[in-house]
Design a protein around this ligand. Sequence first.
Ligand code: SF4
Ligand code: SF4
Length: 467
Amino acid sequence: MKSAEPSLSLAQPHPEGVGILRRSGFALALAAVAYLLLAWAKLVPVNAIALTVTLSAIVIGVTVYAWDLYRNVPPGIKNNGVFTSSITNGGLWGWVAGIILTAFYVALYWFPETLGLGKDGSNTGIVALFDPLKRFFTGSNSTSQWFVYGTLYTVAIVSLGIKFMLKYRHNRYQLIRTSVVMVSQLFLAYLIPEILEGLTTGQAYFAKDIKNIWPLNYYFFYDWHLNGMLEGGALGRLFLIAGLVLFLIGTPILTYFLGKRWYCSWVCGCGGLAETAGDPYRQLSSKKVSAWKIERWMIHAVLVLVTIMTGATLYGYFSGQSEILGLSIYNYFQKPYGFLIGAAFSGVIGVGFYPVLGSRVWCRFGCPLAGYMGIIQRFKSRFRITTNGGQCISCGNCSTYCEMGIDVRAYAQKGQNIVRASCVGCGICAAVCPRGVLKLENGPEEGRINDNPISIGNDGIKLNGLS
Ligand code: SF4
Ligand code: SF4
């Protein structure tokens, strides 16, 4: 509401009015989302024109909205209102959004027929809406709920990635990183696999899966996947070798030189969604020490689980047996892992709980690839965040907006390098620091871990044994 009298306050207590441009952008994107819901309910026509208009309206609507939102504000991060808005502070609307997202994921994984997936290719509802696009890529009507999800996922990363770039436009690292995130999702995760599927009709699934790194893609060593690659000629063998090299050599080397950020906050689709769609929720991640303890137990437990499950799978594959110690490998290893970790944790909780627990629940507590890279990053990497403790004013911005729940301020106050296993190198802590205290660096291993930093203040004197 506008004040009748201009305010003399430097803090400008009256909220700025929302102009026609922003309202139009919001209305356009909302109308497109409403059309998707109506298509789901089978209440509107589904065809190529409707799909093109709907997807374009989401991207254009979000872009117009974000451009109007940030164009007149000075450079710098704008998180105004995140703690007072119910949708971003874990309030009622946040819970409503979380329940709707969770319900969508439950339908996606376990009840795809409710989205319109027809047996024998006779799709209806929202799945049928995407049939023309699938036909365009592959020449067939093989649309599944996963194609719908992949398309919407990509549209979310691209449109909200544009919003993110407008918001962080003063920060070069964020602009480059987000461009790579958007390009990776659009080409590596979406367009190229779909085009490959069209070009390799008749080939097994592996032929469209180019971002295939075990243990994140836990089915890499499953019988059907291994057989598909082994029986897939030269292309199959290339994918098999590439997958092994990526896991055994590529991942450790890249993580040694760059930290896990090369994947987690630059390339990964899960990270891509967290960085763009999840940006308004990064402050919800718990910074408690208890959360850190749970995180370490959980992520390494999942890494152990996937290793045991894969070991059992490979034993079955090479021995030709379907049981190990009297236990069915499928029923006791693969099925529980796929249900609990592959579906419930990574999808339903990982994204459904964004508005309640923050945007990196899966990456922080569950992703086995993040766990694997985290061990390398912690003990054998050139990556660190250096801190200039003398400049820190203890404002806490860095800790507040760290999506991985790292209490960055505690390190900065002591001038201690941050070499935490969970840090995904998103750089937001550095971007929101008003004093330029934090710097993401790759450098010599020597002196990287400074466990005895120069402490500041009374506690520091005690810590250093000076009193
Ligand atoms: S410490 Fe900084 S770079 Fe690392 S995850 Fe947190 S905000 Fe991102
Ligand atoms: S944002 Fe910068 S000044 Fe504020 S607590 Fe963190 S390191 Fe210190």
